[in-house]
Write a protein that binds this ligand. Structure first.
Ligand SMILES: *[C@@H]1O[C@H](CO)[C@@H](O)[C@H](O)[C@H]1NC(C)=O
Ligand SMILES: *[C@@H]1O[C@H](CO)[C@@H](O)[C@H](O)[C@H]1NC(C)=O
Ligand SMILES: *[C@@H]1O[C@H](CO)[C@@H](O)[C@H](O)[C@H]1NC(C)=O
Ligand SMILES: *[C@@H]1O[C@H](CO)[C@@H](O)[C@H](O)[C@H]1NC(C)=O
Ligand SMILES: *[C@@H]1O[C@H](CO)[C@@H](O)[C@H](O)[C@H]1NC(C)=O
Length: 333
């Protein structure tokens, strides 16, 4: 989409992940042999030649995190290493069952591995037995929307990142997920089109990005205002139009709202945002705005130092998070 920032803050993702996930430091053998074999199988199946995994102690292997007490693998990061957004040249058919021996897995990144689909009969729906799995990063693969219904069958998932699977097309998959407990869904740059479906029944939703798709229509009847737990809403880089529903001001949990690069008709002062005292980030740039910057600053006490992270970087290590300050209002006088 050419935009070089992603104002989606998913500190939430970090909160959801337990803090006591430490790697192992002692010298006793923690690694479970069954899990070690499963890891080597996964490495071979995914052609992860970038992994140098050797020896018995799989808990010391790079990109593997074990529970410090039980030694079970709880986190696995198989993101392709060659920098961001390098889609592999091959299309990989994933046999999702190769992960099933990792029964305590909580977080899994399979970003940028060129995955195009699952092997017939061995799709993500098999992960319904991985009942600890909360976070799944499938960003920048070649998946199409047929994968969505399988993912919706994994009840433990709280965070799904599908950013950059550019060929999804069709409606944003709200119906598939609204009855689940999914809290964070990143669908940035997925090629979805049409209007935004009704979101109002998705009570667990906390963070939602559909930035950079081909969406249009108004957002007034999408039930957004019923999402009392919504903290982050990113509708930027689409073709949404119409006015903003004033009831957005009732969403007292909102921390981040990015409506930039659309056709919204926004009139200032949009005083309803004033009621959202938790708001830390608001971008309305590149819309059909009326008002002046000074009015905004009066109305939005909010924005001083913004710590915004690229959605994906949030999933990565604390160290790799790069704060991006973004203050990009453009106004028509
Ligand atoms: C998927 O992998 C499992 C475990 O290696 C294997 O038993 C199964 O036959 C594979 N399924 C398919 C459809 O290839
Ligand atoms: C998306 O679809 C187009 C047309 O079907 C194809 O040429 C392109 O390779 C696909 N891109 C990805 C990343 O799958
Ligand atoms: C999704 O991709 C799979 C495998 O590449 C293909 O068989 C299927 O037809 C695609 N589905 C859609 C809706 O494009
Ligand atoms: C979405 O895109 C597909 C493929 O380009 C197209 O066939 C379809 O008509 C579009 N749907 C809407 C609602 O725009
Ligand atoms: C929003 O809050 C106002 C004032 O508190 C109330 O009158 C209105 O019904 C609320 N709207 C929604 C959709 O909850």
């Amino acid at each position: 989409m050419g935009n070089n920032f992603t104002p989606i803050l998913l500190a939430l993702a970090l909160l959801l992940l337990p803090v006591q996930w430490e790697s192992v430091s002692g010298s006793g053998l923690l690694c479970k042999e069954e899990e070690r074999r499963a890891l080597l199988h996964i490495k071979a199946e995914l052609s992860c030649s970038f992994l140098e995994w050797e020896g018995k102690e799989c808990c010391h292997w790079e990109r593997v995190t074990c529970h410090s007490r039980t030694g079970h693998v709880i986190e696995l990061d198989l993101r392709y290493p060659d920098g961001p957004h390098m889609i592999n040249a091959y299309s990989l058919l994933l046999n999702a069952t190769i992960f099933l021996p990792l029964r305590q897995l909580r977080s899994l990144s399979l970003s940028e591995l060129g995955i195009c689909d699952c092997v017939a009969g061995a799709g993500f729906e098999s992960w319904s037995t991985l009942n600890k799995l909360k976070m799944l990063d499938l960003s920048y693969n070649e998946l199409n929307r047929s994968i969505i219904s399988s993912l919706a069958q994994v009840p433990s998932l709280r965070i799904i990142d599908l950013e950059g699977n550019v060929n999804m097309t069709g409606n944003v998959p709200v119906n598939e997920f609204s009855a689940t407990n999914l809290e964070v869904l990143n669908l940035r740059d997925c090629g979805f089109n049409g209007s935004l479906p009704y979101l109002g029944d998705w009570s667990s939703l906390k963070a939602f990005s559909v930035s950079g798709n081909d969406l249009y229509g108004t957002i007034t009847s999408t039930g957004l205002c019923r999402l009392k737990n919504l903290e982050e809403l990113d509708l930027s880089y689409n073709n949404f139009a119409g006015t903003l529903p004033p009831c957005l001001g009732n969403l007292s949990s909102l921390k981040l709202v990015d409506l930039s690069h659309n056709q919204f008709q926004i009139e200032f002062p949009t005083s309803f945002f004033e009621r959202v005292i938790s708001l830390r980030y608001l971008s309305l740039s590149n819309n059909q705005l009326e008002g002046t910057l000074s009015l905004i600053l009066v109305h939005f006490r909010i924005i001083h130092i913004l710590k915004l992270w690229h959605f994906q970087q949030v999933h990565r290590t604390f160290e790799s998070k790069v704060p991006i300050c973004h203050f990009n209002f453009r106004f028509l006088n």
